[in-house]
Every structure is written in structure tokens, then in C-alpha cells.
Design a binder for this molecule. Sequence first.
Ligand code: 9MJ
Length: 688
Amino acid sequence: MSDSLAELTAQVSELHQQINDYNHQYYVLDEPSVPDVEYDRLMKTLLTLEQTYPELKTLDSPSQKVGGQPLKAFSQVTHQVSMLSLDNVFSTDEWQAFVKRIQDRLASHKALVICAEPKLDGLAVSLRYEQGVLVQAATRGDGSTGENITQNIRTIKSIPLKLIGKAGIDFPNIIEVRGEVFMPKASFELLNELAKKKGEKAFANPRNAAAGSLRQLDSKITAKRNLAFYAYGLGFVGDLSTASAPLIGKSYLKSSHYQRLCQVKALGLPMCPEVRLLETQQQVQDFYQDILTKRDSLSYEIDGTVLKIDDIALQEKLGFVARAPRWAIAYKFPAQEELTIVEEVEFQVGRTGAITPVARLKPVFVGGVTVSNATLHNQDEVERLGLKIGDTVVIRRAGDVIPQIVSVVMAKRESNAQEIVFPATCPVCDSKVAKAEGEAVLRCTAGLFCQAQRKEAIKHFASRKAHDVDGLGDKLVEQLVDENLITTPADLFTLTEIQISTMERMGQKSAKNLIVALENAKQTTLAKFIYALGIREVGEATATNLANHYCTLPAIKAASFEALQAVDDVGAIVAKNIVNFFKEDHNLSVVNALAAMMTWPDIMVRNADELPLSEQTFVITGTLSQMGRSDAKAALQVLGAKVSGSVSAKTHFLVAGEKAGSKLTKAQDLGVTVLTEDDLIALLAKYN
Ligand code: 9MJ
């Protein structure tokens, strides 16, 4: 290292300042300004510097405490046994290195039994029971001193005010139970909906909502917030509140961490149902994967797993370092939030002419993938964020959801940040743009005369849920349109093998295959034909309803604005879109050209209530490996069934594929009939 001590001291002081600021925003104000990973990164840099140059470590370093300053308005509680936080690992290699460190320290390479827990994303609290009665509850605070939040904790429904059993017989006279207070996802959504209705500020996430609720000076407000608690450990345990007492208290307790949690559960405190005792490294990896898969269907937020050496004697032997036990580690999921820079904003024209601003980002690894673009939706969203080009932003990618820009880190804005200017004409065809009344979306008015809308219309026509033309990828469509070989979906059927084979990355064989795929696509259903036209807001379900209602294409084309509204799911807006679509000459000529080439079976004219599955409501969940969810949905709708997205008391059947999650549990709770994919196939076969 060639850095001078003066430079290093300045760097450490800068880190102190930043971490202290973030701590204050996060712990005291409940308004985080940067994602956790950024905080963790700064802390890691500081810890590494302090390890390498111990002379830089000072008593006021943020590395010396776990959280932030306790709020002044609550009284303070000194923890008799300090409340530790956890160190993190992010990979199998780091986890294995952790195990090896422990084995080396214990001078034993015997396999370690692990108690595995989900890492709840809430607030750590310590609940003190004396003679079996809850007498004090405290936050972690800085690990040695926390805030007295007893009144608020008493309002949490799942926390008992009195333990089950007799003090001094079934459990020690004094016992501190530690665990996490959190807000279930559903309660968080409800709370924010209510806040929005009242014009109040929404909470950023369930963790902040839980923190905000616990920090209420008025416990009546806390009582209205639906908070929950899971126990994950013990603090002070003894028969007298003196330093020598813990030894006596321990005699009540088992020697396994897992069994102790079960004991705590038996006293009436909630324990997370996902906690497991694991014996092999493979089981640990499987647990991590299993919990990651379940993450979205769990009713509470988690951000990883916590792995603890189960044997209490070994825990005691290992002890702890400054702020974390040596016998436990958080094996975290990939961060769902990260910081990056908006390098440019471009405007994309979609199938319906919608002009969408797209942020081009400095590539960043978030939620397990590298992200370099994020949609900004529309002008309102850009204004809401207050975004400028060059800004540092928080980007979030949770589960399979598309990445979103959550907020701008204003403190990091440079003086040369550029205003985002929306285009005055279509960025592709230069036609006029317009914003419909009450809509936030800016649209190109040129319809299929716009090259971008043409491309998107053709891509949609060939897409999987429409005519599913194998081998006609987005890039190929773009080339074919750019080369002026096609301008409408109907032109696809006039393409020759030679024309296709001259396109980039297309050989003779793939050209031949595409011609075959196009030929096959001519056999379709009326519902798919309607859906493939790409009429605004006519999705698969509406297209199916239109087909079932009118049975023929001429009938749909001729339907009036009023008549259309008698079709299931069709309101005034959709009816207007349909009428307007069939009024345009250029649309009609494409529809007629396609109809002359394509065929679909006649739909028998039947009254909707005569269909075999009319009045029956289905929900489909999980992966259907044989037919796919959208085909299953369409097949059920053709038979008159209603296919809904959520399970309720009105659901008749739940079709549960592989990896079915919370919908299956709910259906079972409600006594809804559950069908497997094979059951569904057998049911459909009965009517076809
Ligand atoms: C959470 N947050 O779920 C611990 N934690 O153990 C679990 N935190 C913990 N354990 C010792 N499950 C210190 C913190």
C-alpha cells in the first residue's frame, strides 16, 4: 500500500460520515436513501481498513456499534446480554470458508449440525419475561443499549403477555426471548393503500413500515398496525437478575439451538415454520435454494437465510467478535436493490404507438442478473422521480419482475445532469404525437404507417400466444421490415424461401423451416386470430370472449359499440377500440387478406349458459408442463368456464401445476377442489 496515513485517515473519516448519515436516515428517520448493499459495501471497506491499519480504529467508529442512535423520546434499556447482529456471506464459497474457519477454530473437522432459519427483514427485539410475565421489550439499538418499546410490543397480537407454564418449574424466572418484529406483506399493502387514500406518505417497504409502527409514541397507533413476531434466540436467562444467575437458568434449557426454539414455542411464542435442522452441506444448499424459490409466496419479506451452529456448547466455545457471533452467519440472497447511473434516456415506440422513455443504465448486477435498461413508463413517472440524465439511481429487481428505478439519490447529482426532454414528434417516423385526455402516455398518431408500430404488430402476430410462428424472431422481423419486404402481418405469407435466406443469420434450412411454420400458422382458432390482430386492450381473454360471443369474424367486424358491451369483459373503452380498429381501411385490408388465407374451425352457435363449464370458476397456478397455462386457460374458456387470477370462496376448481405456492395453500384452506394437470387434460378430453 502506497497510500499515506493522512490520505487513509481522510478516507476513514469520510466513511464514518457517510455511514453515520445512512444510519441516521435508516434507523432514526426510517427513510433509507441508498440500498442496503451500498451500506454493507461502505461498512466492509471500513472494516477492512481498520483490520489492515488498527491505528485507524477509533472508539466512535460506526464499526463499533450495530445500529443507530436510539430515539430520545423512549427511555433506554441496557441489555444484560448484548444483542448481536450477523455477518453476511453471498456465495457457496463464502459459506464453505465460514464452515472451515469454524472447524479450524474448534480444531475438529467433524460435520456440523446447522439450524437453518429464513432471514426475516424486520426489527430485532428482546422480550423480557419475569415470573412468566412480559415486563420489558427493547429494540437492539446499538447492541448494548436499546429503546424501551414495551407498550408497543404489548399490542402485537402474537406476542404473549404471559408464558405458558410455571416460572421456576417449567422455565426460568427470568428469560429474554429474542426475535424479529415484522409486517406481513399483505398488511403492508393495505397500510400503504390506506395512506395513499388519505394523501399520506407511503412506506418504502415492510421493514420501514414495521420500524415506523414500533417507533410510535402512541401505542394505540401501533395496535392498529398488523405486526408479527418470530423468535430466533435467547438473551439473558436466569433465576435472579444477577450476573451469576444465568448458570441456574440454563439448566431448564436443552443443549441444541433448534430444540431451544421449540421450547420457546412451547412457552407460547411464535417460531418461523420454515426453521430446519440440517446435517449435511448439501442440505444447507438445498435449504437456501428452497427458501429462495418460496420467497415470493411467503407472507413476509426475507432477504436470505440464517445458518447457526446448533450445538450450544460449540456456540459458547466459539463466542463472538465485535458485533456478531462466530457461530452464525446470514447467507443472503442476491441484492434486490443496487445503485447505478442513468447514462441516457431513449424513447421506444410500442405496438400501440405508446412512446416509452427507457433509461440506459451503467450495467449493474442486481437480483441475480445484469441490468442495463429500465423502463420509465411515461412522463408522469419521470416527473415523480425527478430524474435527470447522469443521475445516480436506486434500481430494484425483485423476483421475475422487470427492473424498476425506485428513486434518485439527489445527494449524488452532478451539476451537469441533463433534463429529460420528451420528443415533439415520433422518434421513428416523425409523425405527430398526442396524449389522450386523462392518459399519461404519449403516442405516435401514425398507426401502421409508423415503421416501429409495424414491426411490433408483426412481432405480436407471430408471438407464442398468437400464431406462434416458430423461427420468426424479433431481429428477423426488424430486418424484413427494414428491407421493405413486409409491411403487414399478411405480407409474411408472401415471403419466399430465397428472400428469407438472404437475411442475416438465416440459412437455407432455417428459411425452409420458417416457410413450413408460416404454413402451419394458417390453421388457427378465431380467438387467436382476433388476439393476434393486436387491437388495443384486447388480450387473450377478451379475444376468446369475442369469438365465443359472435362465433364468426364478419359478426365481430360488424358489431356496434353498444352491442360489443354485452360481451364479457368488454367495457366502453375496449368497445371503442374494437370499433375504431375495424373502421380503418388499412386495418380492414390486412384483416381481409389474412382471413382469405387462414382457416379456423367454426364455433357452434350455442348460448353461453349451455356451454358445459359455464358458471364454473377456475384458477390455474404453478407450471403446467404438458399444455402451458395460457393454452389451459383458453381451452377452459372455450367451454364456458371463467378463469380467474385469484382464489376466493367463489372458486370451484384450482388447477395446480408443479411448484404451486400460496394459491394452492389458500385453495386447500377454503376446501376448493384441486385438479392436477392430468385431471385437467382428462376433463377437457371429456368435452372435445
Ligand atoms: C433474522 N433476522 O431472521 C438472527 N435472524 O441470530 C435470525 N436474525 C440472529 N436469527 C443472532 N433468524 C443474531 C441475529
